[in-house]
Design a binder for this molecule. Structure first.
Ligand code: PLP
Length: 412
């Protein structure tokens, strides 16, 4: 008998049997409110009937047609429909399967397009687990340790994180931009720097939103030095933050956008978007992959777009996000160990610290596990696992948010 590798660390003992919206039933038919959504993936909810129908229809037509050999209609339709949601000027797309692959695609595009070797990433960023993506990741040593040597050509600069030193957002932003200038003076000269790679909200790094001033500072430096601004929207895209893209909150213009997770309601699909001019600087055949832009995944993405629009899931994420923030803030007021509630839309986290102000992963994990016992599935994040995060499907209802608030109170 073979066993699942112990490399996989399961946050709950649940064996999912079926799902419906923001709810999962296990094999014993026990009901759980799923505020993990497959790590922020199943935005339209589990088994949305329209997504199921689109996928079933496509499965019966063609499952896989390799896109460097023959095209298929779902891909052609998807790339056309993406113009409804992509930022202005980003009118060319390349598709892959996972977030990490899309990060790699963006990294390669940035190097090819600029002819420069180095990438600047930001402290606490998570960009995936392949060797290149892990090299850009600093949200926890578990993603890097033991894999050395990682990819060269990565410099890491501070992300504005006011919670670290009890700073104001302004102080944290000022510090981060000064340190970036220092880095560009001492570690990677602008003419050697291909891209800044940044998340609009640190995800695995602890659900820390960027500031508009920080992203504007990156944009200004990128323009000044011919550096590309690459925005990793793998976790923040597709309505998660209450706007279609996380960077929409900050009014910044990316050169390259990375997307995955919410794009196809759970089917593996990811992509990068850039201008045609920028994409045209990479040579044909330099990127690709056997499974990229799978036909069923593309059909599911088309259905996802329709559902998001018809059910106003971006609006629901904003409204339910505010409701949930209210519940989490109320819980924090009664529990001194929760020192911060933060995030955007339905990407919210509660941070746990000891009385001395140290990140407290142990207490956060206890709360997360108690919640699972009460029927509320949650995950932790942050370098110490000190943040319990709440990322339900964007179809989550008012009643379900209230129920989750009650269960969270009980778990503390
Ligand atoms: N980038 C960000 C911001 C992510 O949150 C993740 C995954 O959580 C990734 C990249 C990597 O995506 P994947 O796990 O699909 O490779």
């Amino acid at each position: 008998m073979a066993h699942l590798s112990p490399m996989l660390k399961q946050a709950t003992p649940v064996i999912a049997d079926r799902g419906e919206g923001a709810v999962i039933f296990d094999e014993q038919d026990r009901r759980y409110l799923d505020f993990t959504a497959g790590i922020g993936v199943t935005s339209t909810g589990h088994a949305h009937p329209d997504v199921v129908a689109a996928a079933q229809e496509q499965v019966a037509k063609i499952i896989h047609a390799q896109y460097t050999t023959v095209m298929h209609r779902p891909l052609l339709d998807l790339v056309e429909r993406m113009s409804e949601v992509l930022p202005e000027g980003l009118d060319s797309m390349f598709f892959a399967n996972s977030g990490s692959e899309a990060v790699e695609a963006a990294l390669r595009l940035a190097r090819q397009a600029t002819g420069r070797p180095n990438i600047v990433a930001f402290h606490g960023g998570f960009h995936g687990r392949t060797v290149a993506a892990a090299s850009l990741t600093t949200s926890g040593t578990k993603f890097r340790s033991g894999f050395a040597p990682l990819m060269p050509g990565v410099a890491v600069s501070p992300f504005p994180n006011p919670t670290h030193y009890g700073w104001s957002q302004e102080q944290a932003t000022d510090f981060a931009l000064r340190e970036l200038d220092h880095l560009l003076q001492t570690v990677t000269a602008p003419q050697d720097t291909a891209a800044f790679l940044v998340e609009p909200v640190l995800g695995e790094g602890g659900y820390v939103p960027a500031s508009a001033e920080f992203l504007a500072g990156l944009r200004e430096r990128a323009d000044r030095h011919g550096i590309l601004l690459v925005v990793d929207e793998v976790q923040t895209g597709w309505g998660r933050t209450g706007r279609f893209w996380g960077h929409d909150h900050f009014g910044v213009r990316p050169d390259v956008l990375i997307t995955a997770k919410g794009i196809a309601s759970g089917f593996p699909l990811s992509g990068i978007a850039a201008s045609q001019e920028l994409m045209g600087r990479a040579w044909p055949g330099s990127q690709g992959g056997t499974y990229g832009a799978n036909a069923v995944a593309c059909a599911a993405a088309l259905a996802t777009l329709d559902v998001m629009r018809r059910e106003d899931l971006v609006g629901n994420a904003a409204a339910r996000g505010e409701q949930l923030r209210g519940r989490l803030t109320a819980a924090a007021r009664e529990h001194a160990e929760i020192t911060d509630v933060r995030g955007l839309g339905l990407m919210l986290g509660s941070e746990f610290r000891t009385a001395d102000g140290e990140p407290d992963g142990a207490t956060a994990t206890r709360a997360q596990q108690a919640a699972a016992e009460h029927g509320l599935l949650l995950l932790t994040c942050g370098a110490w696992g000190q943040v319990v995060r709440f990322i339900p499907a964007l179809v989550v209802t008012e009643e379900q948010v209230d129920e989750a608030g009650d269960l969270w109170q009980k778990s503390l």
